[in-house]
Design a protein around this ligand. Structure first.
Ligand code: GUN
Ligand code: ZN
Length: 438
């Protein structure tokens, strides 16, 4: 049976390029069979034959934006947000490794549905995620993602040294490879392609060269994603230098193990040298920019303008629990504010709101090779969209809340600075409602 069409009414806002946002005041989109069938003014869309049968959501005091994309977060870490430590390595040891070690199948079964609902109520429709090291626990995370209707790229963490403490079978290289292979076979491409696998060697501190090489081979063999962390913190970088003296820098370790490429997502990338950035550019690797986490863990500020000039694909990411919230609006705000703060000590170009929004929608989709299917509200795209209640954002008693002359450039800073879970009325992924505000 074909599903009933859905129509979303509000200020239709998206950012097809990083140079400008695009808006239709009192607009609407029509969704049929999981795809955007039409985008226009409310008056145009409401006259279409399918609009008469459609379930209408929203109204003149709403906005409609593309589903938000979070390209790096950790499922088991979410309950452990806002645990203050001086920096990354002590934070991992004190809070994060014990939390992940305890995230067994039963814990994942109980928690993961809540995690995916939390993503959806923040307007996130595609997330790239780490599970813990345990195979059965990662399996439960995939099952919860499947049930939620969200799009997700997930991987079981791989580590064979400096990790959760005592040795467990999960940390032995051939065991880790076999567990990962089974998860790939079960989940890569599942749920009609909504779910994909990311082979996830945690970072060079926790993985031997043999493990990283085997991980790269496995990803290549199955055409999966790869995710890891790169150049986040100075002590981390020094540790990698000491562990891999045969390589000139951190990026070369991953390059030498075969981990770089257009399906590789590298968290943080704050302190890269020009030579390292050139390696990312040449390999087509993708940066996950995590500004809330970079500030929370006092790691540094990624040079946004340099990454853009170098043409390295990137997307924004919450990096929960390095970042304290799943909200991509909060992450966008932090991206803007951290570059403003950086400009006080280093002359740099501050990104404009449309550019930041683009990197959380179409730009992130393009980085992931999905720019033709996701990222904007163009007809033909898969219908990932968020309906936003502007009465939670615009502090005014005037009705309608928006002046008819309001532009996308006027509305976007309000969303970036003030949107959050309370203002998310509905979230749709592939045309299905995955969150409806109560
Ligand atoms: N580097 C290695 N593991 C992690 C992690 O879990 N979070 C962050 N922020 N950095 C890491
Ligand atoms: Zn991370």
């Amino acid at each position: 049976m074909t599903p009933r069409p859905i129509a979303l009414r509000g200020f239709v806002l998206d950012a097809p390029t990083r140079h400008a946002a695009r808006g239709i005041p009192d607009g609407a989109i029509l969704i049929e069979n999981g795809r955007i069938a039409a985008r226009g003014t409310f008056s145009e869309i409401s006259k279409l034959p399918a609009a008469a049968d459609a379930e209408w959501l929203g109204g003149p005091d709403c906005a409609v934006v593309p589903g938000l994309i979070d390209i790096h977060a950790h499922i088991p870490q979410y309950p452990f947000v806002a645990r203050i430590e001086e920096s990354l390595l002590p934070w991992l040891k004190r809070y994060i490794f014990p939390a992940e070690k305890n995230f067994r199948a039963a814990e994942a079964r109980a928690f993961a549905p809540f995690f995916f609902e939390s993503l959806a109520c923040n307007g996130t429709t595609l997330a790239v995620l780490y599970a813990a090291i345990h195979e059965d626990s990662a399996h439960e995370c995939f099952a919860a993602a499947e049930a939620s209707g969200i799009r997700a790229i997930i991987g079981k963490v791989m580590m064979d040294r400096h990790s959760y403490g005592d040795l467990e079978p999960d940390k032995i290289l051939p065991v880790s490879i076999e567990q990962t292979r089974r998860l790939i076979q079960r989940w890569h491409g599942a749920a009609g392609g909504r779910l994909e696998y990311a082979v996830s060697p945690r970072f060079a501190v926790s993985c031997s060269a043999e493990m990283m090489r085997a991980a790269a081979d496995l990803a290549r063999e199955h055409g999966t994603w790869v995710q890891t962390h790169l150049s986040e913190n100075h002590l981390e970088i020094e540790t990698v230098r000491a562990l891999f003296p045969e390589f000139p820098d951190y990026t070369s370790v991953y390059e030498g193990c075969g981990l770089l490429g257009p399906k590789t997502i590298l968290g943080h990338c704050i302190h890269l040298s020009p030579a390292e950035r050139a390696k990312l550019r040449a390999s087509g690797s993708i940066i996950a920019h995590c500004p809330t986490s970079n500030l929370f863990l006092r790691s540094g500020t990624m040079p946004w303008d340099t990454i853009v000039e170098d043409g390295i694909p990137f997307g924004l990411a919450s990096d929960v629990a390095g970042g304290p919230e799943l909200s991509m609006w909060r992450v966008m705000r932090s991206a803007l504010e951290s570059q403003i703060a950086r400009s006080f000590s280093t002359p740099c170009r501050i990104p404009f709101p449309a550019e930041i929004f683009h990197q959380s929608t179409q730009g992130a989709a393009e980085a992931l090779g999905k720019g033709g299917q996701l990222g904007t509200l163009d007809p033909g795209k898969e219908a990932d969209a968020v309906l936003i209640d502007l009465s939670e954002i615009i502090p005014s008693v005037e009705k309608p809340l928006l002046d008819p002359a309001t532009t996308a450039e006027d509305l976007l800073p309000l969303l970036i600075h003030r949107a959050g879970p309370k203002s998310t009325l509905a979230t749709l992924a592939a045309g299905k409602k995955i969150h409806l505000r109560k």
